[in-house]
Write a protein that binds this ligand. Structure first.
Ligand SMILES: Cc1cc2nc3c(=O)[nH]c(=O)nc-3n(C[C@H](O)[C@H](O)[C@H](O)COP(=O)(O)OP(=O)(O)OC[C@H]3O[C@@H](n4cnc5c(N)ncnc54)[C@H](O)[C@@H]3O)c2cc1C
Length: 400
């Protein structure tokens, strides 16, 4: 390979699997960093990259068409020389030959490969038929059609389940909505009880029927039966989380664990030349060091930027920018109320509440250390709290 004026090997090519936000941010950031080789992003979905977070919030009447949620127009990609190849599944990786194989059995060579394959909706154990879930645009029409058919039973009271419930209940057409949750409260893995209680009240005010501490005895397309014998009839939407899409990583022989593809702080996998980013990547948790997947839009975006910097470094070009923050920041929108979740609120046993009229903030402490917060309402201090927590973390570099 010869060196280009940017110092980057002239013939280097980067292949990215996944047209989600992690994959496309990696592609954009490589160009911004001065990478002038080929960038090809393969995605099995038929659409150009789109805003996945809009699916649950807009499931009833949001504009989820190309015009409504496509992230960038086609010319954006061609202008930057980024090849976005949709409707194309990558089926295998040969790490020795540094090639990926596509579903049509053609091979594409890479110098660096990014696995940004996200995940699939987790299947409800014991369900006797395939249940509807919401992960991609392909699921939207199915759910919308089901909404015309009467009651809806949402299994899972996490962020996506409650967002879907809020969207349906807000439509005000009288559809009966139930949420079934195994834990004693909704959103208990995500926000402190004091905020969860406020959100639960909002759901109840909008007529949502909430069944907590509820075990499912059986589920099928026509409803669920709880362990206490209660039958909830209706279209069942399963919202019990996601599983990382690790098929390619497995075939390549990468180190994995239950959390996903194991990566270091700079998003390198166990194999030279292969990186992972976004929902599929299990990066060391800044507080505990244990592998952790974030499942959050901003984290996936920041992974995209970080992996581009790491690849630039590894391919011999100076990388620009600063490493991405490691403190996650996610949000949810329910009944018009914005909730921002910073850091790891669940890791803090002590909660300090602060309300200033437009926003309620719950700061979460592990002993005296601030580890997370949830801001409910407008104009909260989420980003400032994120910086505060970030400042307490051990710095990491991305050097090769
Ligand atoms: C309904 C919904 C609502 C959400 N709302 C929020 C929110 O409000 N706030 C928030 O912070 N986060 C939210 N999230 C989470 C957020 O959307 C994800 O964290 C983010 O999209 C992850 O991006 P990603 O690029 O890692 O993966 P993904 O967006 O999952 O993209 C991965 C892509 O890779 C493709 N792919 C997989 N394998 C292959 C293969 N072998 N070949 C080709 N293509 C392949 C997949 O089809 C997919 O298009 C939401 C998620 C969902 C599903």
């Amino acid at each position: 390979m010869t060196a280009s004026p940017t110092g980057m090997p002239a013939a280097a090519s980067v292949v990215i699997v996944g047209t989600g936000v992690a994959g496309i941010t990696a592609a954009e950031s490589l160009r911004t960093n001065g990478f002038d080789g080929a960038i090809i992003v393969f995605g099995e979905e038929p659409h150009l990259p789109y805003r996945r977070t809009a699916l649950s919030k807009g499931i009833v009447d949001g504009d989820l068409s190309d015009a409504g949620i496509t992230l960038r127009p086609p010319a954006y990609w061609t202008d930057r020389g980024i090849d976005i190849v949709t409707s194309t599944r990558v089926v295998d990786v040969d790490p020795r030959a540094r090639r990926v194989r596509l579903a049509d059995e053609s091979d594409v060579a890479y110098d660096a490969l990014v696995l940004a394959t996200g995940g699939r909706a987790r299947r409800l154990p014991g369900a006797t038929s395939a249940l509807t879930s919401l992960r991609s645009r392909a699921d939207v029409d199915r759910i919308r059609a089901a909404l015309d058919e009467g009651p809806v039973v949402i299994v899972g009271g996490g962020l996506i389940g409650t967002e879907i419930a809020a969207a349906i209940a807000s439509a005000g057409d009288g559809t009966r909505v139930s949420i079934v949750e195994a834990a004693p409260s909704l959103l208990s893995r995500v926000v402190p009880a004091v905020i969860a209680d406020d959100l639960i009240s909002l759901h109840r005010e909008h007529g949502v029927h909430i069944h907590t501490s509820a075990q499912i005895a059986s589920a099928d397309a026509g409803g669920v039966t709880l362990a206490d014998g209660t039958r909830l009839a209706g279209t069942v939407i399963s919202a019990i989380g996601m599983e990382p899409e690790v098929a390619l990583a497995e075939s390549a022989g990468l180190a994995l664990d239950r959390a996903g593809i194991l990566v270091d702080d700079a998003l390198r996998t166990s194999m030279s030349g292969i990186y992972a980013a976004g929902d599929v990547a299990a990066r060391p948790h800044p507080l505990t060091g244990a592998p952790m997947r974030a499942e959050q839009w901003l984290t996936a975006t920041e992974h995209g930027r970080l992996v581009a910097m790491t690849i630039s470094t590894d391919l011999g070009s100076a990388s620009s920018g600063t490493p991405a923050p490691r403190v996650p920041l996610a949000w949810t929108m329910q009944y018009g109320t914005n909730v921002q979740i910073v850091g790891w609120p669940a890791a803090g046993a002590r909660v300090v509440l602060d309300a200033d009229g437009s926003c309620t903030t719950a700061r979460c402490f592990d002993e005296d250390r601030l580890v997370g917060a949830v801001c409910m309402g407008r104009g909260g201090p989420a980003r400032q709290i994120r910086d505060e927590i970030e400042a307490t973390l051990r710095p990491v570099g991305i050097g090769a």
